[in-house]
Ligand binder design. Structure first.
Ligand code: GAL
Length: 391
């Protein structure tokens, strides 16, 4: 699958921050470069992305679409590294946070940027659950709780097998990983794939599939941090957000759901689009330290239905998200601390937000929530679609 090496985008074509006039010209050049690529349009270009601390070589795959958007993904953590989308004048920007190579992703500065998060995304109370009459103890890596699959063998820290293909729909990379029984303390061997497809229309679709040889909790998400003004722009609080959710799952002081499913209060009511900053004070002084809530989606739980729309009024870029999942975690980047990311960008407090489609946090300990238990003989399939536009 190795193709001709990718020529890095010339610096002048790289739009990370708010556009200037010069940037607009560069963007137009970039767009025309996209329309007349130097490599054959059907090729999926693969480049080295560095070597992990334990000596594994990691790759970066570039997915292109006829309509403009470009995605780059790596086999380290089945991670979305770059997502380029046009603004209202066609200027491209990379709208997610990340690092220039795998060493960045292995570093402490990485707060799950763009990764596949699991085996179980979000928190499990005290890292403990019972299943089939047995008690399982997982890593406690976030206060008293288990977060995002645990430690060194969480799914965002392993190298996945990769297979690139050009299909009728568009360009795609399928990542596969078999997690052995007991890895990170979870029961059963899991066989998983995460497939990124960039369609000809420029949609980024992520399809998840898994089977297991025993009952086990399972809940994957993608943890992209979005800033539609371009990664490195100072804040996401002026982005407008709309969520298809009239209910949410309240949490205790350690961010574990109480088990209730409540109607959204004013601060969490995004049923009509509004700037993220508008009611921030209503959540900033609480245990979540900003927005960090699981919303219960109102859409059809058996279909790929609308979940969220994020709009940057300055650039005009719009991201809309559809999912088959019942929930979405809206996290307003409260723990970003000014770390250095791609191409020298700085990631300030609340300079990006996550919209993580998922089953609800701590579902394995919450009998009233939709189940996250995957059983032998079942094939779990979920899909989340990201659509980019501008207005
Ligand atoms: C989010 C989670 C936050 C925080 C973040 C990573 O998914 O809801 O509480 O842990 O990941 O820093």
């Amino acid at each position: 699958m190795m193709r001709a090496p990718l020529l890095p985008l010339p610096e002048s074509h790289v739009m990370d921050r708010r556009p200037s006039a010069a940037a607009a010209i560069a963007g137009a050049l970039f767009l025309s470069a996209c329309q007349t690529p130097t490599h054959r349009p059907m090729e999926i270009v693969t480049t080295p992305f560095g070597t992990t601390a334990d000596g594994q070589q990691v790759r970066l795959f570039e997915l292109r679409s006829a309509s403009g958007p470009i995605a780059r993904v790596t086999d380290y953590g089945a991670t979305l590294v770059e997502m380029w989308a046009p603004d209202r004048s066609g200027e491209m920007a990379d709208v997610i946070l990340g690092f220039d190579d795998v060493r960045g992703y292995e570093s402490d500065a990485n707060q799950y940027f763009g990764c596949t998060t699991g085996r179980v995304a979000n928190r499990i109370a005290e890292g403990r659950f019972e299943l089939g009459g047995q008690t399982y103890q997982l890593a406690v890596n976030n206060g008293p709780n288990h977060l995002h699959g645990g430690g060194a063998r969480a799914l965002n820290r392993v190298v996945w097998d990769a297979e690139a293909a050009v299909t009728e729909e568009g360009q795609q990379v399928r990542f596969r990983y078999v997690s052995p029984n007991g890895e990170e303390g979870y029961p059963a061997a899991l066989t998983m794939s995460v497939t990124y497809t960039l369609t000809a229309d420029g949609d980024l679709r992520i399809d998840y599939e898994a089977t297991s040889d025993g009952a086990t909790p399972f809940n994957l998400t993608n943890h992209a941090y979005w800033n539609l003004a371009g990664q490195g722009a100072p804040t996401v609080l002026d982005h407008e957000l709309r969520l298809n959710a009239s209910r949410y799952t309240p949490v205790d002081a350690t961010l574990i759901p109480t088990g209730a499913i409540d109607t959204v209060p004013v601060a969490l009511d995004f049923r009509s689009a509004r700037p993220i900053r508008d009611h921030l004070e209503g959540v900033a002084g609480t245990s979540t330290e900003g927005y960090d809530h699981n919303f219960v989606l109102d859409g059809n739980p058996d279909a790929l239905d609308f979940a969220a729309e994020l709009h940057d009024p300055t650039s005009g870029r719009v991201l809309s998200i559809w999912t088959t999942e019942p929930g979405i975690q809206f996290y307003s980047g409260n723990f970003l601390f000014g770390q250095r990311g791609k191409r020298g960008a700085t990631y300030a407090h609340r300079s990006a937000c996550c919209l993580e489609t998922q089953h609800f946090p701590d579902s394995v300990n919450q009998p009233t929530f939709p189940s996250t238990i995957l059983r032998p003989g079942e094939t779990l399939r979920t899909t989340t679609l990201h659509r980019f536009s501008a207005r």
